[in-house]
Design a protein around this ligand. Structure first.
Ligand code: SF4
Ligand code: SF4
Length: 251
């Protein structure tokens, strides 16, 4: 039942949502996606297909999860994300026509999420190795992507080709437009010198530094915390520790 508007519902859960008409996506995205989809899903795509992208932004989503019984699941964030994406589909898009592209059980995505985020302007490269959202900085993440044939999503939620921001995805600092003029506290906060202006994020240096249980970076990132963009939307320590601890739970 729609007791809330879409914006109210998104705000309540700490979410961002946008959508793309499949036949308006750049071929660099639609071709990759189409070619990696299981055949039975690829065959369902038509001119009416839309791709919906849901991201969390700021700490509210984690708080919502803590109120859910799913919080004790082995994959609480994925499970909760899919649950509320399905709730969105049935409540606001009028049916349960939901073909999930991300997350997948294999922890892969059938769609290039960062490229989609780039189109929407949610993913501006930074030396942190994370895309920055203009408002939420490094405190936002893609949660669910799905295909549907619903025609009930209001036009305002679609990213139209004339609004596409970054059609390619450049991980290099030369595309880091949000960092221009910043004193770069992220670089001095990183004890491993993994974050450097003008260079791609040094993931090996970061991981090497993080690995010891005694490392201050094991489940914390001072460089991310130092970024002034989205400072008011930082995750609580518990949420950051959960995300960063995932690396150690999967190796
Ligand atoms: S986790 Fe530590 S080493 Fe890695 S980027 Fe953050 S501050 Fe640097
Ligand atoms: S601290 Fe400044 S330079 Fe570093 S990622 Fe944030 S905006 Fe960019």
């Amino acid at each position: 039942m729609k007791s809330l508007t879409i914006d109210q519902w998104l705000y309540q859960h700490g979410l961002l949502l946008c959508a793309f008409r499949w036949n308006e996506l750049p071929s660099s995205i639609s071709d990759i996606t189409h070619n990696t989809l299981p055949v039975q899903i690829a065959q369902t795509i038509s001119d009416n297909t839309i791709l919906v992208l849901l991201a969390n932004a700021g700490p509210k989503f984690w708080r919502s999860l803590q109120l859910s019984q799913l919080k004790n699941n082995p994959e609480p964030i994925d499970d909760f994300s899919v649950l509320i994406a399905n709730e969105f589909q049935s409540t606001y898009l009028g049916n349960e026509d939901f073909t999930q592209l991300y997350p997948t059980p294999a922890k892969r995505s059938h769609v290039p999420l960062m490229r989609l985020g780039g189109l929407a302007g949610w993913n501006i490269p930074s030396p942190l190795g994370l895309g920055l959202h203009p408002e939420y900085g490094p405190w936002s993440a893609y949660r669910v992507a799905w295909l549907t044939q619903s025609d009930q999503l209001p036009n305002d939620y679609f990213v139209k080709p004339s609004q596409f921001k970054h059609i390619g995805f450049n991980a290099l600092q030369d595309a880091a437009e949000l960092c221009v003029g910043c004193a770069a506290p992220c670089t001095t906060a990183c004890p491993a010198s993994a974050v450097q202006i003008g260079h791609n994020f040094n993931i090996d240096a970061c991981h090497e530094h993080r690995e010891p249980l005694t490392s201050e970076c094991h489940v914390h990132c001072a460089a991310r915390r130092a970024c002034p963009i989205g400072k008011d939307h930082q995750y609580a320590d518990e949420q950051l520790a959960h995300h960063m601890g995932m690396r150690w739970r999967t190796v």
